[in-house]
Design a binder for this molecule. Structure first.
Ligand code: M6R
Length: 631
């Protein structure tokens, strides 16, 4: 696929490997007032981190700086009606790792003179040594962050006569770790210098104005012309020029690409929260992920697969690695992968995988799943797998993300930007992409009859319509949320593919409503979790029809006998479930292996409504960031 044809370009995560701040950066230089542009950019980046926010503007008189602990709205309030006549500035929204989430540690950070300002995503691993040296030289630090060292390093080089760009290049050459940095100076007020290593930065090209950002959502309002800054490159940006050099100062070509997705995709589009909007976007997202995959003869094509049929036939084992909801998508897919391909499939949370000495070789296929393509543990797991000579296929939603570089082949989910911290449409599109992968492997290895494959694909094609049906009325999930919003403990149970759905339902609820929720294989209840049951504890049972349905019904009865109140996700017309359930959330029947794409929908809505009923912001759960780029 040519870069200009990218379905969407969305750099939501930091590209680094290990300890990276999960923050947002925006910069502007041009003839307009920078302040409102930066504030609006920070609002759109806030899902990346909301511990503190800050802006620095450059002018001949010096730097103007405002920072606040907390959300961008608090920064905005502190700025009030002030109009600062500057067309150059940088802004940052922070998810704290190095230094507490307070105002002194908020970015931008300055040098001693207060004329240089720096924002940074990532971590400077040798900052302690650098700081010690700089302090010995007489530099005074105002924060506990690693970032501030950079401002003082730039100050040192500028003091010896170098310009801002040369000074930043010299400063970054002394850094170990990962960084995306953007620097301005009051001594060269029209300029923004940006540099990166293992953390994303993009440039936005305008007419008489240019932008820098960690994420395209901060720019889309102003321009669709972007340049992805490569690792170890440095950009020198003014209102009418962009110059890129490598670490040796060699001029580099500017490769412009077009962002094609709609601005509405990055906005709430009339929904109260991004999460709700994204829940409702699932039918369209799944449809997009399925689009163009089957030819007239019913033959499945995965164009992006860069693996030969022979390589696929040689595979003797599959590992799936991922984190959080992506891990749950992997668990769901394991059932289909084993059933359709007859290959053994192991699944690991990515943070465990490389530390347990898994047995991998050139006949092993490792499937890495990450919507952001930036999750540090997943990236490290895939690098480990490649090092062991395994074949690596990744599933991601973000074109150009780091995971795509660490994979032999990539399957993109076409979910569009997901802003809510809770994964919703990326999860169901991951399931879809994984089912396509499983069918494709089965087709290549000849482990499914063509008719059987076609029948599954037809079921897949029905999913978006069925999802629309489920999402068309959420009054029941709303009622259930009202009934149970005060329950402190929730258990979610399921069997077969219902088990990962139960885990996902519990994760959704706990991450946005801060209630204790656990997902279990229903058969495990008697081995411990049943002790948690007492009168009134809600037990959510994923009870759509399956070959283990009767066993699940017994587990529901056991829970009910111990006082649990049963909320069941079940198919219409299933009287057995209807009789046992205190509350029934209906989903249409679909072939069992694909049922998670429907069963998970009421659980997403339930979590959303409970969070709302508890007065919480489902889009910005405490302590969480959209992509976890630290190990
Ligand atoms: O970007 P990734 O898919 O690698 O992210 C993995 C998890 O961090 C993510 O799914 C997380 O668990 C979500 N907040 C769940 O809603």
């Amino acid at each position: 696929m040519a870069k200009g044809d990218l379905p969407f370009v969305h750099l939501m995560g930091s590209l680094g490997l290990f300890k990276i701040e999960m923050c947002g950066i925006v910069g502007y230089t041009g003839s307009k007032s920078a302040l409102p542009i930066l504030l609006s950019g920070l609002h759109s980046l806030e899902y990346r981190g909301y511990d503190s926010a800050g802006i620095a503007l450059a002018g001949k008189e010096g730097l103007w700086l405002k920072r606040r602990a907390g959300r961008v709205s608090e920064l905005e309030e502190a700025i009030g009606d002030d109009e600062i006549p500057s067309g150059v500035g940088i802004g940052h929204t922070r998810w704290a790792t190095c230094g507490a989430p307070n105002e002194p540690n908020a970015h931008p950070h300055r040098d001693c003179s207060g004329r240089i300002a720096v924002v940074h995503n990532g971590i400077i691993e040798n900052h302690v040594q650098l700081r010690r040296k700089l302090e010995e030289e007489g530099h005074k630090f105002r924060s506990d962050t690693d970032t501030e060292t950079l401002a003082h390093l730039v100050e040192n080089t500028m003091a010896s006569g170098s310009d801002l760009a040369q000074s930043v290049r010299s400063a970054v050459s002394q850094l170990e770790g990962s960084y995306a940095i953007v620097v301005i100076s009051a001594t060269e007020p029209g300029r923004i210098i940006a540099a990166r290593s293992d953390a994303p930065l993009i440039l936005g090209l305008g007419d008489g104005e240019n932008f820098v950002a960690s994420d395209v959502v901060a720019l889309i309002e102003h321009t669709r012309r972007v340049v992805i800054l490569e690792d170890h490159h440095l950009a020198d940006v003014t209102s009418d020029n962009v110059r890129i050099v490598d670490a040796d100062g060699e001029e580099q070509p500017i490769r412009e690409i077009a962002v094609t997705w709609d601005i509405a995709a990055a906005e709430k589009g009339g929904f109260e929260h991004f999460m709700l909007k994204e829940i409702h976007e699932q039918p369209a997202a799944v449809r997009e992920t399925l689009r163009g995959r089957v030819d007239a003869a019913g033959h499945l094509t995965l164009d992006e697969m860069r693996m030969s049929e022979e390589e696929i036939r040689d595979i003797d084992k599959v590992f799936v690695v991922a984190c959080g909801s992506s891990f749950h998508a992997g668990l769901v897919a394991k059932y289909a992968l084993e059933h359709w391909t007859r290959l053994p499939v192991e699944i690991d949370v990515a943070s465990e995988f490389r530390y347990r000495d898994p047995v991998l070789n050139s006949e092993t296929l490792v499937v890495g799943i990450s919507q952001s393509g930036e999750t540090a543990d997943t990236l490290a797991a895939l690098r480990y797998a490649q090092h062991q000579k395994a074949k690596v296929i990744s599933i991601t939603n973000v074109v150009g993300s780091s995971i795509t570089r660490d994979s032999d082949a990539v399957i993109y989910t076409h979910a569009g930007p997901e802003i809510g911290v809770a994964a919703t449409k990326t999860l169901t599109t991951q399931m879809t992409a994984l089912w396509l992968l499983a069918l494709w492997v089965a087709q290549t290895r000849g482990t499914m009859f063509p008719d059987e494959r076609r029948a599954v694909f037809e079921e897949l094609a029905r999913l978006p319509g069925l999802m629309e049906e489920v999402l068309s009325d959420d009054s029941k999930t709303f009622m259930v949320s009202e009934r149970f919003k005060e329950a402190r403990t929730w258990l979610f149970i399921g069997r077969g593919v219902g088990f990962p759905v139960a885990m996902e339902g519990a994760l959704k609820l706990k991450e946005i409503s801060y209630l204790h929720a656990e997902g279990f294989a229903a058969g495990e209840m008697k081995h411990g979790p049943i002790a948690l049951l007492e009168d009134g504890v809600p037990v959510v049972a994923v009870a759509s029809k399956s070959h283990v349905h009767a066993k699940l019904l017994s587990n529901i009865e056991e829970a009910k006998a111990r006082g649990a109140v049963i909320v069941a996700v079940g198919n219409p017309g299933n009287d057995e479930v209807a009789k046992l359930a205190d509350e029934l959330l209906e989903v249409p029947h679909v072939t069992q292996l694909l049922s998670p794409a429907l069963d998970v929908l009421p659980l997403q809505l339930l979590a959303y409504h409970v969070a709302k009923a508890r007065g919480l912001d489902p889009d910005k759960p405490r302590n969480l960031a959209k992509s976890v780029t630290v190990e």
